[in-house]
Design a binder for this molecule. Structure first.
Ligand code: SF4
Length: 203
């Protein structure tokens, strides 16, 4: 496994941020199991979790206003570093960045031991939750989370985000899952008031 301090990497017109490799899931499809990076990036396994000083120094090298979106994502679950996400988001706002998104597995409440929807939705424009499957059994089978109540907590988090009314809330599935799982996913997203986004596998 190659390691580096790849705190940010470009994908198309977006800038992706990588603050942690921690994650409470072990998804069967996780890119981390078969590559050291994504979209041609340098290795995304971090030598250590970057400090705020390191994050600001790295981001300071970019023209931050040129990106369509800045995305908290990376090789891990970004809400494992909730404080770094919200502080960086505030800093990026001051720099005039257009749109801020987080790609999350939706388990940040369990990771942080409290409801985080309010602070996350205040800090960001788009909350994108990986739904991955339309039923509890299938979800638990593919994401293999360390929390037994992950399916329920992920939905509660999504509903709480929708309730804030201050961010766009999207749930995503990948188009390789069976059609009936996509339909079931659509129903889950609808029930929670979120928009379902069907991604292609390499999107
Ligand atoms: S939630 Fe994301 S980082 Fe975590 S195991 Fe699943 S795909 Fe990998």
């Amino acid at each position: 496994m190659k390691k580096a301090m790849t705190i940010s990497y470009e994908v198309g017109n977006n800038l992706y941020l990588n603050f942690t490799n921690k994650c409470p899931c072990n998804c069967t499809f996780c890119i981390r199991t078969h590559a050291d990076g994504a979209y041609g990036s340098d290795p995304l396994w971090l030598e250590h979790e970057p400090s705020m000083d390191e994050i600001k120094a790295d981001l300071g090298k970019h023209d931050l206003t040129k990106y369509d979106e800045i995305v908290f994502c990376g090789y891990g679950e970004p809400t494992e570093r909730l404080d770094a996400v919200t502080e960086t988001a505030g800093w990026l706002r001051e720099k005039g960045c257009k749109k801020l998104r987080i790609n999350t597995n939706g388990l940040g409440d369990l990771v942080n031991g409290r409801s985080i929807a309010g602070e996350l939705c205040e800090a960001l424009d788009v909350i994108s939750v990986s739904l991955n499957a339309g039923t509890r059994d299938e979800y638990m089978k593919v994401t293999r989370p360390r929390f037994d109540n992950a399916w329920e907590a992920m939905q509660q988090f999504t509903a709480d985000c929708v309730k804030t009314g201050s961010a766009e809330v999207v749930m995503s599935v990948v188009d390789v899952i069976p059609e009936e799982q996509i339909e079931a996913s659509r129903k889950v997203a609808e029930k929670l008031g979120a928009v379902l986004r069907i991604r292609t596998f390499d999107d």
